[in-house]
Design a protein around this ligand. Structure first.
Ligand SMILES: [Zn+2]
Ligand SMILES: [Zn+2]
Length: 232
């Protein structure tokens, strides 16, 4: 039955999840109708212009801003993300990449595109197999096509299969993550002095983002921007 539905989906035209208009899973009009995420500092969750992390909040924090598009509690947004992830509807992510790019331009003053590099969140290859693809990698590829900003796959990689973060306490999360990511040495010259954009659908934990940012900053990356479709 599932396979039958899969083939039906292949031949049926795409329809907007919200208004049923054809050719998109989410049309621009409907996406814009969903509430935007308020501009906040991702550390303290208080207001902050253009999502910048407040200077006093940067103690032990290595990322500089986390730009979030929408609320995960929106039924439409959470359904889109779930279907993209678990029902293999890659086109949803391709469409949303355009909205990510608009939001990025709104919140980041770019002087030269060459100053930026796109980096994906690594997923352990075993966990990657359970799904058909790495969501972050796909978003990064699309974002790179749209923005012409350079993307390097596998700059960071996982060296052990860390347990699912969401069920752990904060202290255990930190222990679990220590030394669980590494940098691919052949990219060090490419990322040096660049501003990194880390793109993902949701942030499951701030600790992963922070750990990745820490490694990048140790390797002379200047500034780190998280770019996320939705958060709670
Ligand atoms: Zn629509
Ligand atoms: Zn803050």
């Amino acid at each position: 039955m599932k396979i039958f539905k899969f083939f039906l989906d292949l031949i049926a035209p795409k329809k907007c999840y919200s208004c049923n208009k054809e050719w998109h899973f989410i049309c621009e009009k409907c996406f814009k109708l969903e509430y935007d995420f308020e501009e906040i500092c991702y550390v303290c969750k208080w207001k902050s212009k253009k999502f910048e992390i407040h200077e006093p909040c940067k103690k032990d924090i290595y990322y500089d801003k986390v730009i979030i598009l929408k609320h995960y509690r929106s039924n439409l947004i959470s359904k889109l993300i779930k279907d993209a992830k678990f029902y293999n509807k890659k086109e949803i992510l391709e469409e949303v990449s355009y909205f990510l790019y608009d939001k990025f331009l709104l919140n980041e003053k770019i002087i030269k595109l060459e100053d930026y590099i796109i980096i994906s969140t690594p997923s352990h290859f075993l966990r990657g197999l359970k799904r058909w693809y790495n969501t972050s990698d796909l978003l990064c590829r699309e974002f790179s096509k749209i923005s012409t900003i350079n993307y390097k796959n596998n700059v960071l990689f996982k060296i052990k299969n860390t347990k699912q973060q969401s069920k752990m306490t904060r202290k255990n999360r930190l222990i679990n993550l220590q030394n669980s990511f590494k940098i691919n040495k052949k990219y060090i010259d490419i990322i040096k002095d660049k501003n990194a954009i880390i793109i993902d659908d949701v942030i499951s934990t701030w600790t992963t983002l922070n750990e990745l940012s820490n490694i990048l900053k140790q390797n002379w990356v200047k500034k780190i921007i998280g770019l996320i479709i939705a958060s709670d």
